[in-house]
Ligand binder design. Structure first.
Ligand code: TMP
Length: 217
């Protein structure tokens, strides 16, 4: 089995830039890297993504929202992630199941145990080896996102119109998941420069690759 690394964070945390940078470094180091994202990453997932992001779907219930993210995830795991890992490749995923725990569990306040249980079926037990969480105060994330919209970068989606409290619960949720599983989560201060963030990720990853290499011997 290859390596599975997920990236998490509030919008505006710089995930997309960091994931692209890491893909480049890993490829240069000889990894067969597959870069994907949630929701989406497959033709079916991309159709689900447009339902989820459509501003006209304001009446969508929290449960319907969670199940749609889960449907996209089930397709991505079976069609893309698992096969690549089984070939020994490295998968980098821009958001994975922890996003549903953070946004639909902590944010929308669906029952966390139930969300975890459904997610276990949906992911067929596939769990990232490492989850890189780019942590940012909510106000900074929202300000960055606003600046991106003003510069006509980035798409505005239905999740961009929630009250501040919602994003605070999401961030607190991420931080408590990271505290509960410190061996899987790498929390990085995303207020640092792009280069600093990149360097912290790379250092941690090299350690991890070394540890896994030792364990495999
Ligand atoms: P992004 O593609 O810009 O990261 O946007 C995806 C949005 O969807 C983001 O606001 C977070 C949200 N989301 C959830 O609420 N639950 C999920 O399970 C996933 C994958 C994303």
């Amino acid at each position: 089995m290859g390596w599975f690394i997920s990236f998490e964070g509030l919008d505006g945390s710089g995930k997309t830039t960091q994931i692209a940078g890491l893909a480049q470094r890993l490829r240069a180091a000889g990894h067969d890297v597959l870069l994907t994202r949630e929701p989406g990453g497959t033709a079916i997932g991309d159709q689900i993504r447009s339902i989820l992001h459509d501003m006209r779907n304001a009446e969508m219930t929290a449960l319907a929202e969670f199940l749609l993210y889960s449907a996209s995830r089930a397709q991505l795991v079976r069609q893309v992630i698992r096969p690549h890992l089984e070939r020994g490749g490295t998968v980098l995923c821009d958001r994975f199941a922890d996003s549903s725990l953070a946004y639909q569990g902590y944010g929308r306040q669906l029952d966390l145990d139930w969300v975890r249980e459904v997610t276990r079926f949906v992911t067929e037990g596939v769990v990232p080896h490492l989850t890189i969480y780019l942590d940012l105060p909510v106000e900074i994330g929202l300000a960055r996102k606003q600046a991106a919209f003003a510069a006509q970068r980035g798409e505005r989606n239905r999740l961009d119109t929630q009250p501040l409290e919602f994003y605070r619960r999401v961030r607190d949720g991420y931080l408590s998941m990271a505290r509960a599983e410190p061996q899987r989560w790498l929390v990085i201060d995303a207020t640092q420069s792009i280069d600093q963030v990149q360097q912290s990720i790379w250092e941690r990853l090299q350690h991890l690759l070394l540890e896994m290499g030792e364990a495999a011997r």
